[in-house]
Design a protein around this ligand. Structure first.
Ligand code: AMP
Length: 213
């Protein structure tokens, strides 16, 4: 199965992606995670990407398309994959289609997780992640047992650099202007599966699995 997860920042793409990995055994491919990994490793690409990420802007299409093309060709993607946070522009979607056409494969479903903007802001400002195992928390909606400490591995919880209010506003604008047009793009292609993204994590997951089977 080949999936795309679409949705604004904080819509829960990463959370649902983790659950989909467990259920379907396909790899999660997150351009955001790949860029943050490049930054941690101090590569030129990572340092260049940081300028855009810190400003809440999109990294240029050719950079992320190059990353995705290489990743999709890896052996573990042979039986399917899940794209989380890519594509984010019509240009990226066109480039993805070209790559997949050349490989003789196609996307099966585009899952669009829909959450009102007010809720996205509330989710993002309280979001925390573990440095050790990447488990996600929220200071209000899903707090750890001990403040700042991961329940699963005891690791330190941190707030992403781009989860501050100014950057969040910019990310939401970028989403409206550059990524939301993909909803019509994939609707026209007959691939769009809109999912109501409010409620518990398990409720949202059940909605997704009932649509994709
Ligand atoms: P995310 O973890 O998906 O929220 O992405 C964090 C940041 O990484 C975004 O705000 C962008 O700056 C950058 N980024 C991630 N994926 C893409 C993409 N497909 N195209 C351009 N920039 C991206």
């Amino acid at each position: 199965m080949r999936l795309i997860l679409l949705g604004g920042p904080g819509a829960g793409k990463g959370t649902q992606a983790q659950k989909l990995v467990d259920k379907y055994g396909i790899p999660q491919i997150s351009t955001g995670d790949m860029l943050r990994a490049a930054l941690r490793e101090g590569t030129e690409l990572g340092l260049e990407a940081k300028k855009y990420m810190d400003a809440g802007k999109l990294v240029p299409d050719e950079v992320v398309v190059g990353l995705i093309e290489e990743r999709i060709k890896a052996g573990d993607c042979k039986d399917g994959f899940m794209l989380d946070g890519f594509p984010r522009t019509v240009g990226q979607a066109d480039a993805l289609k070209n790559v997949l056409d050349k490989m003789g494969i196609a996307i099966d479903h585009v899952i669009s997780i829909e959450v009102p903007n007010d809720e996205l802001v509330a989710r993002l400002t309280g979001r925390r992640a573990c440095r050790g195992c990447s488990s996600g928390y929220h200071v209000m909606f899903d707090p750890p047992k001990t403040e700042g400490v991961c329940d699963d591995c005891g690791g330190e919880l941190y707030q992403r650099d781009d989860d501050n209010e100014t950057t969040i506003r910019s990310r939401l604008n970028v989403y409206e202007e550059q990524t939301a047009p993909l909803i019509d793009y994939y609707k026209s292609a007959g691939l769009l599966r809109p999912i109501e993204g409010t409620g518990s994590i398990d409720e949202i997951f059940a909605r997704i699995t009932s649509v994709i089977g």
